[in-house]
Design a protein around this ligand. Structure first.
Ligand code: UT7
Length: 337
């Protein structure tokens, strides 16, 4: 239902998440490539991740997370006015997964926008949803991040630096206009720098290649994600705390005002560096990368839903989120619950 003429900021009305049941431990990966549980835990903090089995796509995970978020918001699917679907692992090359999700939720006709901002997708999606709601374009926006990485990874030793990191999962939030001025999305910051596009990328299939995918391309492994881990690490650990400080400054707040920080779950070492840079105690930072690995667009909304459900986030709390990833892209947000 359009909200013409109103300018209320967006608030999160409900959250949900879903991860596939199949657990893949570091020991499982030891059997498939030259790696060790010790290396993975020391360098990333990851103990296990979830990987889909059989033909399961990003939309299959997103449906369950979305239904949970809609229920938690006290709404029904027919109350959703727009979908923003964030993924780098869409079910199909086109059409976007948002279209598939609208059909699965039985809300055919609802505008469905796919966004591709990788690990920074949650702040990007939040900024778009907040703008839609403030402008009175839509009342209830479903923002879902969902990834199936496992079907696209090189699980041989050649791809071990990337393969051990990524996990499958989906997280969703429903946003709507806030009735209380002090509540909701206080600010969002997003940015990108394409000079670094090749530092973390998957080249094929791509429209600049003729043909878009070939046996030679596959044999060369150009359809697998490639990452310059050290370069990404360096930029991520510097940029993520910087963004939080900038967001706080904009709102005349300080790090002491943060009740909970959810950093994008890229690497536990990055999260710890962000925490130290912001001088936050352990009970003000939430990490779940140990259990799920890096789920890219899904990582912040999965963590957010866990925090809402386990009581880590309460009404009135100030939540900060911060993210960095392929593109390079980055983003942060402050949300008053
Ligand atoms: O979500 C946003 C996107 N991603 C990120 O933010 C990830 C950022 N980067 C990272 O998290 C880290 O760079 C990694 C975890 C990917 C790698 O950790 P690192 O400490 O930067 O290791 P490295 O790439 O410098 O590799 C060190 C060694 C190399 O061996 P040599 O050349 O020293 O003999 C690698 O070949 O570790 C080797 N290595 C592995 N060994 C065992 C790389 N991957 C593995 C592995 N198991 N899985």
């Amino acid at each position: 239902m359009p909200l013409v003429g109103m300018a209320k900021r967006a608030k999160i009305l409900g959250t949900g998440h879903y991860v596939p049941p199949h657990v893949v431990t570091n020991q499982d990966l030891e059997k498939r490539m030259d790696t060790t549980d010790e290396w993975i835990q020391q360098r990333t903090g990851i103990q296990e991740r979830r990987w889909v089995e059989g033909e399961v796509g990003a939309t299959d995970l997103a449906v369950i997370a979305s239904e949970e978020a809609i229920r938690a918001a006290g709404l029904e699917a027919k109350d959703i006015d727009a979908i923003i679907f964030a993924t780098l692992s869409p079910d199909l090359n086109f059409p976007g997964s948002g279209c598939l999700l609208n059909d699965r939720l039985g809300i055919n006709g609802v505008p469905s926008l796919d966004i591709r901002n990788q690990c920074s997708a949650f702040p990007y999606g939040l900024e778009i949803a907040d703008a839609f709601i403030r402008a009175g374009v839509y009342r209830h926006v479903l923002l879902v991040g969902s990834e199936v990485h496992s079907t696209g990874l090189d699980v041989s030793t050649a791809g071990r630096d990337v393969a051990v990191i990524f996990g499958d999962g989906a997280g969703a939030v429903v946003l709507g206009p806030s009735d209380v001025e002090s509540e909701g999305v206080l600010t969002t910051i997003v940015g990108a720098d394409g000079r670094f596009a090749r530092e973390l990328w998957t080249e094929l299939p791509g429209s600049r290649c003729q043909p878009r995918i070939s046996v030679q391309g596959i044999e060369e492994g150009r359809h697998f994600p490639k990452m310059n881990g050290r370069e990404v690490f360096k930029h991520a650990s510097r940029k993520m705390p910087e963004l939080v400080r900038e967001a706080l400054n904009r709102c005349d707040l300080t790090t002491k005002d943060i009740d909970l920080l959810i950093p994008h779950q890229a690497n536990l070492r990055i999260s710890e560096m962000v925490q130290r840079a912001l001088d936050l105690p352990d009970d003000r930072v939430f990490n779940n990368i140990m259990r799920y690995g890096n789920t890219t667009a899904a990582s912040i909304p999965i963590a957010l839903d866990e925090c809402v459900r386990n009581g880590r986030l309460k009404a009135g709390d100030l939540l900060a989120v911060t993210a960095f990833g392929a593109g390079f892209t980055w983003g942060a947000a402050l949300i008053r619950f």
